[in-house]
Design a protein around this ligand. Structure first.
Ligand SMILES: [Fe+2]
Length: 295
């Protein structure tokens, strides 16, 4: 097994079969995931059961409330776009599930059907997004929390949900409307690495806690722009057998929508996370060695 750090964010993993992981391979993947926040694993042949078994290594599975489910496996969400559809799922910078009180750890996306060209998924690091800011702004942000919500995206009055419901790609908006909007630290102490990570995103963050939306918008917009501008975006080109496993607390992603007229179908399994704690400025853990043992 070979784990290669990618330019930008994440690590690429080759020379491994996720259906038959050795103990040392599993440990190396865990270290790489904690440190990099994104694993791109190539050349896999996973059935739905294999996909779920790999996900279960990382925690309990979060069955998506809004996405259309696989007809035979309720825990697998279908993230797809048909040739006659125009809108895609996840077509802006975001991190999944920040609207939950306990946001999901991350998702494991398996490519099932790909367009001939296009349909990349782009990623950026939220560790780097924070690291790139000035000391003064870091100090301000460490003391802040932010309010997140799903209602304007997945709620009953959200235009996106209404559009997607017509063709049964998303559903159950009442569950989004019933959620209470959680407050999360703006800078979290990453649960796996102990490092500070910026935890606001353009899709689901409404405002800083205690601030109005109008007061929050200029600073949030600055952070969103800086997060992407100050680092190299990793552009994942999918191939048959490619798997992406990202950490919602350490990355953002953006599904490109540039393959109109073609079908793209992905299977997504999401793993439950833990309550998020603020980064308090204490020294973080010694970085783990993410290099694989070469087996
Ligand atoms: Fe997403």
């Amino acid at each position: 097994m070979k784990i290669t750090e990618l330019e930008g964010v994440g690590a690429e993993v080759t020379g491994v079969d996720l259906r038959q992981l050795t103990t040392s391979q599993g440990a190396a993947l865990e270290s790489a995931f904690a440190e990099q926040g994104l694993l791109i694993i190539r050349d896999q042949t996973l059935s739905e059961r294999d996909h779920l078994a790999f996900a279960a290594r990382w925690g309990s599975i979060n069955t998506n409330r809004f996405f259309k489910a696989h007809p035979d496996f309720a825990e697998i969400a279908l993230v797809g776009k048909e040739p006659d559809q125009v809108v895609n799922i996840g077509g802006d910078w975001h991190t999944d599930h920040s609207y939950d009180e306990i946001p999901a750890l991350g998702s494991i996306l398996v490519a099932k059907e790909l367009p001939d060209v296009g349909g990349e998924t782009w990623f950026v690091s939220m560790y780097r997004a924070f690291e790139g800011l000035s000391d003064g702004l870091k100090k301000l942000l460490v003391g802040l929390s932010a309010v997140h919500s799903a209602k304007h995206v997945f709620g009953g009055s959200a235009p996106y949900m209404q559009e997607m419901q017509k063709v049964a790609r998303l559903g159950r908006p009442e569950l989004a409307d019933a959620l209470s909007d959680p407050v999360h630290p703006v800078v979290v102490r990453h649960p796996l690495s102990g490092r500070p990570a910026l935890y606001v995103n353009p899709a689901f963050t409404l405002r800083f806690d205690g601030w109005t939306e109008a007061e929050s918008k200029p600073l949030l917009d600055y952070l969103y722009e800086a997060a992407v501008a100050q680092q190299k975006v990793y552009r994942l080109v999918w191939h048959p057998g490619t798997i992406a496993f990202w950490d919602n607390r350490a990355t953002w992603h953006f599904a490109q929508n540039d393959y109109h007229g073609q079908r793209r179908m992905m299977h997504r399994v999401t793993v439950e996370g833990v309550p998020l704690e603020p980064f308090t400025g204490r020294p973080h853990k010694t970085p783990v060695n993410h290099r694989g043992p070469g087996d």
